[in-house]
Each structure stands twice: as structure tokens, then as C-alpha cells.
Ligand binder design. Structure first.
Ligand SMILES: Cc1ncc(COP(=O)(O)O)c(C=O)c1O
Length: 385
């Protein structure tokens, strides 16, 4: 096989996909899959109820083609909801509906940057950011977070180069679940505002998990701190309907090049062949946009799992959002520990996939008693390592 330009980035992802599949084949229904966030229980039935009622009422025109940015009434409703959450005056055409946060990220990167731009990625980060940046001929600079996985703003300032044109952060952090507070977001904004020429750098705020805060911790929006922000949202993540592929981009009303940015994003949807989400999925996103999912069940599972793992000597990052727990590996090579767990039928993800060594991520996909069985195995293997 000819080595591709992305070989180094793709190899670990593909190796993990193989381990995942092999383990599922080997253990069948006994596998305890806490890897990719695909929960096996329903936290909040509303997406199912709304989708069923939309489908029951659908007439031919409800399934018509959508414009590339999405249906205007859908964009209007999403803009109004986000305006309340961010306290920013979003208009309908600041919103671009996308098939998931995945496409939103790719479209934002492809339309708002060009070579030789450099983009700072704060690690650990979502696994595919570097892949998109590299594929677009851009350059990424990985900047680790502080030991508590909050932003290390001084490190970001030190990593800045004359070609740096953007920063990507996730709020809340993914895979960690850390919520970046107002103080660190203000510090980041101050660093970015130091570099206004030739045009202000852009902040891509990946809020895929913004509605997955499972306690009362406030989750400030990066867009309220820095005017040149493009926000990424995922209705799929918010409502545990990832396979419905629905998300959006929101251009800050205070962005210097607001109109050009929206036009570039919509054009890029066409150029890249990323159509808007399907017609009914857009209606579903609009219907759900005013409310937040009920996370009572997730909060209970989070507290239960954290208590059990820490009681057995594991270090779990103290966080307040996402379906994830981020825990330290007993060995520096996270892939070795994750493979050992896979050998016992437990699937978790190694942090090296998120561009940081030494940790692993647990996705709370299972309810009790399966989760407790997984906790037992993880704790035993941790003790043995
Ligand atoms: C931080 C982050 N961004 C983007 C995505 C992709 O989201 P979507 O499923 O909406 O494409 C994920 C998915 O896990 C994520 O964690």
C-alpha cells in the first residue's frame, strides 16, 4: 500500500478501530463497550417522540431539498435559542446547519483558513482536528493544557508564530469534560487580541458537548469573551442521537468579517459536498433547540463511577460535563493498558488518540450492573499493572 500523507495520524485511529472490532467479535454480547459514545440506554426520550411525530405528519414538501445553509425557519429558531444561551444577538443567517459538528469543523477550517496559516490546537483534543488541518495544507501546533487540563494560556502565547491565524478549543473540553471558566477564556481572548494584523485571528469554539453539563457548574461561551469566534454545536451529542448527524456553525455577530464569513461557510458547504442535515433532522433540531436534555441519569452514573474508581485508587480528572471520565493510566503507554482491558472485554479509549499520552477515556454507555462489572475489571487491571 502507498503510504498516504496522513499515515501517521490515521494509523493509531485505524489500529484502535481494529482492536475495537476484534474485541466485539471475540466477546460478543459480553463485551463492555465504553469507547465511542454510543449509550445503550435512553436518558431523555424527547428526540424519539419529536421525530416520530414529525415523521407521522410529514407531507412531500416537508422532505424537500434544503438550501445549503439549512431551512431559514430552522436557522431562525436555532439563532434565537443560541442568542439566549450566549447572550449575543445572533441573526438567522449567522447560523449554518451542518451534518454534525464533524462537518461543521471541516467546513469552518476549509473556508476560513488557507495555507500557510497555522492553527493552535489545545491538547488533549478531539482526535480528528489535526487530520482536517493537515488535509487542507494548513499547519497545526499542539499546545498541551495545564496539569489540571485547563488552558495554559502562557503556553498558547509562547506557541504563537507570525503565521498563526487561529485557535481551536472545545468548551467543555473533549475528551476531558473540563469546563473552561471566565477567567481563562478572558486570558485567552487577551492573548489573541494582541495579534490583530493582518486580520484578527479566529477562535473556533467547539461546543459539541455544551448541553452535557451534568451538574450546576456554569459553562461560559468563548464567543462572549472574544468577538472573532465561530461556534460549533452538535444536536447529535446534546441529545444522544449522534447517528442523526446534526449540528451547526454560529458566526459571532461581533466578528469583524461577519457577512463574508457566513457567505464563505455556505459556499464551502456546496464546494465540499456537505449538504445540510436531512429535512426532518433539521426540523427535529429546531424543535429541540429551546430546551436542554434531562441529564439526571447521567449525573447519577457519573458520581457513582467516579466514587467507585477513586475509592479503588484510580486518578480521575475532577470534571463536570460530558458523558466521559478521563483517568490516568498506571503506565505511560496508554495503548498497552487499553489493550490489556480489551483482552478482558472492556473497551475504553487511549488518550494518545486525543494527542496526549498517559490517560484513558471512559464513555458512560452502560447502566448498572454492566457498568459495575467494567469498573471491577478496570480497577483489577489497574492494580495489576
Ligand atoms: C469535541 C467534539 N467535537 C466534535 C465532535 C463530532 O460531533 P458530531 O457527532 O456532531 O459530528 C465530537 C464527537 O465526539 C466531539 O467530542
Amino acid at each position: 500500500m502507498t503510504p498516504t500523507a496522513h499515515e501517521e495520524l490515521l494509523r493509531p485511529l485505524e489500529e484502535y478501530t481494529r482492536l475495537h472490532l476484534d474485541t466485539l467479535r471475540r466477546f460478543g454480547s459480553r463485551a463492555l463497550d465504553l469507547s465511542f459514545p454510543n449509550p445503550q440506554f435512553l436518558s431523555d426520550p424527547r428526540p424519539y417522540d419529536v421525530l416520530a411525530s414529525l415523521a407521522a405528519k410529514a407531507r412531500p414538501l416537508d422532505l424537500r431539498y434544503s438550501p445549503f445553509g439549512g431551512f431559514t425557519p430552522v436557522r431562525r429558531r436555532v439563532a434565537a435559542a443560541l442568542a439566549k444561551q450566549h447572550t449575543l444577538p445572533y441573526a438567522w443567517n449567522d447560523i449554518v446547519m451542518t451534518p454534525g459538528a464533524t462537518a461543521a469543523l471541516r467546513v469552518a477550517l476549509s473556508s476560513l483558513f488557507s495555507p500557510p496559516d497555522r492553527i493552535i490546537l489545545v491538547t488533549p483534543c478531539w482526535m480528528d482536528y489535526p487530520l482536517y488541518i493537515q488535509d487542507l495544507g494548513l499547519v497545526f501546533d499542539l499546545v498541551p493544557t495545564a496539569p489540571d487540563k485547563h488552558l495554559d494560556v502562557q503556553a498558547i502565547a509562547r506557541a504563537w508564530t507570525p503565521e498563526t491565524r487561529g485557535v481551536v478549543i472545545a468548551q467543555p473540553g473533549s475528551p476531558t469534560g473540563v469546563i473552561h471558566d471566565d477567567r481563562e477564556l478572558a486570558q485567552l481572548a487577551a492573548v489573541m487580541l494582541r495579534h490583530p494584523a493582518p486580520t484578527p485571528p479566529l477562535l473556533i469554539a467547539d461546543e459539541a458537548h455544551a448541553l452535557q453539563v451534568w451538574d450546576q457548574t456554569p459553562c461560559p461561551a468563548p464567543a462572549t469573551h472574544y468577538p472573532h469566534t465561530i461556534t460549533v454545536r452538535s444536536f447529535g451529542k446534546a441529545w444522544d442521537m449522534q447517528g442523526q448527524r446534526t449540528g451547526c456553525l454560529a458566526v459571532s455577530p461581533h466578528l469583524g468579517v461577519r457577512d463574508q464569513a457566513v457567505a464563505a461557510l455556505v459556499r464551502s458547504m456546496r464546494v465540499t459536498g456537505h449538504c445540510a442535515p436531512t429535512a426532518l433532522t433539521q426540523q427535529l433540531a429546531a424543535a429541540l433547540s429551546d430546551t436542554a436534555p434531562d441529564l439526571t441519569g447521567l449525573a447519577e452514573l457519573q458520581r457513582h463511577t467516579r466514587r467507585n474508581l477513586t475509592d479503588r485508587g484510580l486518578t480521575v480528572l475532577d470534571t463536570h460535563a460530558t458523558r466521559f471520565l478521563y483517568a490516568r493510566c498506571p503506565t505511560q503507554d496508554d495503548r498497552v493498558f487499553v489493550s490489556r482491558l480489551a483482552g478482558c472485554g472492556v473497551l475504553v479509549m487511549p488518550s494518545s488518540l486525543f494527542h496526549e499520552p498517559g490517560w484513558f477515556r471512559i464513555a458512560l454507555n452502560l447502566g448498572q450492573p454492566h457498568l459495575d462489572r467494567a469498573i471491577d475489571i478496570i480497577s483489577q487491571e489497574y492494580g495489576r499493572a
